[in-house]
Each structure stands twice: as C-alpha cells, then as structure tokens.
Ligand binder design. Sequence first.
Ligand code: ZN
Length: 470
Amino acid sequence: MTPASQTASAESKDEAALARHIGTLASDAFEGRRPGTPGEAKTLSYLAREWQSIGLRSGTNDPANPWFAPVRLNLAKPEVSTANFRRNRRYVEVCEDEVRIFTSGLRGLTSDARVLFVGQTAEFPAGALAGRVAVMLADHAGSLEQRQALFDGGAVAVLSVVADKPALAQIAEMRNEGAYRLDGEGEDRLDGFVSAGAMARIVGPERWRRWQSAAKSPGFRPQQTGATVTLEAVSAPADVLTHNLIARLPGKDPEKGAVLVLAHWDHFGICAPQSPTDQICNGAIDNASGLAVLTELARKLASGPPLERDVYFLATTAEEWGLLGARAFLRDPPVPLDTIVAAFNLDTVAGAPRDAPVAVIGKGMTPLDDVIASLIVKAGRQPGNDDFASEYLKRQDGWALLQGGVPAVMVTSAFGDSAVLRDYIDQHYHSPSDEAEGLELGGAAQDLLLHEALVRHFADPDQWPVATGD
Ligand SMILES: [Zn+2]
C-alpha cells in the first residue's frame, strides 16, 4: 500500500468505529437518551463499559460516586394560573385563554400590584419598577434583554403582550412543559403573557391603540395604566436525578494540570409520542456523533505514547435543557478549574465530508487559537468560516466552561461550511429524523485525528507550558 492509501484505510476504519457507536447510541433501544429515563441508564453503562475496556479510570474524584457524578435537576411543572385585573375599582373580565401566568419556582403571588405599560423600553431609573407589574411588547429584537432589565429594575412580574388567543395558546403549550434548572439555582420569577385584546379592555381601547403605535418610537415613555392586578401561579415539582459520566486517562505528571474533552450524552427522548411513524428523537448527529468521537479519541490516546498531563473525558447530561450538566461540572469539578489548560467540546460532529474545512467555535476567547490554527494546517485541513460557526457559541457546553474561566473551544468540520450545517439544521435538527443510517462521517474521522493531535499537544507541558494551580 502507498502511504496515502494507508491513511485512507485507517480513516475508513475510524469511520466504521464511529458508525458502530452512533448506531448503538442512536438506536431505538436507547429511547433518545433522555435524562432520568431508562435511556440514560443504557447510554451511561454503554459508555462506561467502552471507556473501562479502553483503560480509562473513574474521573469523578469522588469515591462515593465513581464514574457517574449525580446531577439533580428541578422542574416546576405549571398547574395553576390566575390573573385578576382591576381598573377604577372594577374588575376587568379577562378570560383564561387571554392571560397565562407562570412561576419558575413552585408558587408565585403578587397582590394588587400597579400595572405599568413599558412598550419596548429597557432603561429605567433605579427603583422605578419596584412593586410594579410591567407589561411589555413581545417579539421585538432585544425582548429577552428587556425582560431581564425589567426584573433588574424591580418589577414583581413581567407580562408580554401577544397578538391574539392562538398565539397565547401556542406559547402556553410550550411553557407548560416547564423548564429544568440545576438544584438550588436560579431565582423564582413570575411572568406571563396577555393578549392584545385583553390589554385593550384593561386600559381602554382608545389608549391601547395610541400606546401600541407610540411604543415603537424611540422616545416612548412608560405609561401608568391605572390598573392593578393580582397574579398567582403554582407549579408542581418534578425533579430528575441524572448524571455526568467522568473518566480520566492518568498522565505521568498530573501536577502539571489537565486537558478536558467533552460531549453531551443527552437528547430529547420520546419527543413525538403522537407520531404514527417515529416517536423517538434518536439524536444521531446530536450528539451520538460527539460521544463516538470522544470514545475513539480515548482509545487512540490510551493506546499511543503516554501523556504528561491527565486527560479528563466528560459526557455531560442535560445540555439540551440549557448546558445544565456542564454547569454542574463547574459547580463541583473533580480538579480545580484553573488546572484545566484546554477543553475541547465535541457536539454535532458528523455530516461533513472528508476534507471539509474546520471551524473553531470560541475563537478569540482563549489563548489556544494560534496552536489550534497551526495544528489544523499541519493536519492538512483547511480553516473554515469561524464567524458563521461562532453563531453557535452560546448553544454548546463550551460556552458554560468559558463562563467558568476554562479555556474551551469546539474545533469542528461540521460547522466549517454553512451549507452543510444549514441542511442538517433545516431537515433533521432536534427531530425524529436525526438518525444513524447513512451518516456522512468522513469529516468526523478526520476531526478525530485532529483532536488526537490537539490533546497530545496541550497535554505536554513542554509544548504548552502553563502555570497552573495558582
Ligand atoms: Zn441539540
């Protein structure tokens, strides 16, 4: 064989190994890998068995919980929503399908609070909103920031105005799922949605018409509505116990720090129970592919020359619910976070063909960039479109790590070319059709080799001499 065909056959062997893992992890037997379900148990025991056979050790650094670090999640499932508006001492009739109130805790209540219409305004003098219920216009650029500013300004609740009853029903259906939080984290907040029709009755149709159009101009000042409201929301607790899987490949000189490689294991489980054909979101690309590369990377690193630094392998839970597993890892890390010299996230790795360009998500945010750029070239790969790829910065576990001061990037050919990724996002992303069959793994197999080079480089204190632990 010529050297080139040797490389090609090694790469197709890697592709086959990746396909095997993806085929298993994304099979219907794993039920879409939803945290807290039998799919979690299957996923974690499959990975732990693979990693043990490769020669990894438990990386939890917690003798009471080897391999599997418990992560407790709180879910508040909405049950009761009440809103009673009054103006000029009279009740204003607002029906259940015109207003819906939610609490992020178990019970939220505010009595006879004055209602202030703020339109799209997001800047307030300190204390201006204390004790008020703020009513804002939804669906404008910056509405998320506005909502935050309203709570920061002291609002006891924030109501967003939606166009009509069907729009409200749609939002309510989504919010009725509840949102998971890390145990003991987050503030209890009262918020909700009210239809424009209800607002017209609460403040008077003439004023409402005037305010609605005025609210879109920059000089708009918040308006006292003269109305008060009593809001109550009650949710039922539905907590989930789930786990991060953490392993360690011991280095010769762990005092010199560690390299972290991670991939989220969770997905959406039985996401389409009504579907006659396919009920399961198998998450083949998202993120069985990342787990496959993580596992084969462990094999290559463990079977090659020994490393100086420790390498930690982390399969995170609840990424899909807001990077919660990664944040749990930060809250309770097995080693001090400032000893982690580099972290590489593997998320949504498949889809790109061989020789696809490689993007770096998180470029410009760590000291790792120059080395990564030179190793991409050294591997014979082309640099990809980092600006496009970085649109996904906050939607991957590396973002949580960056918030915790860990230099984390995602080096990926799957995000290197916008056309390849957009195709996947449009057709299969978070849907039952993200399946293992026929996946393009050429780029993923090359990314695997690139990550071996990256980890070897950063695990070597001579090549990457960083002072750690002080
Ligand atoms: Zn996802």
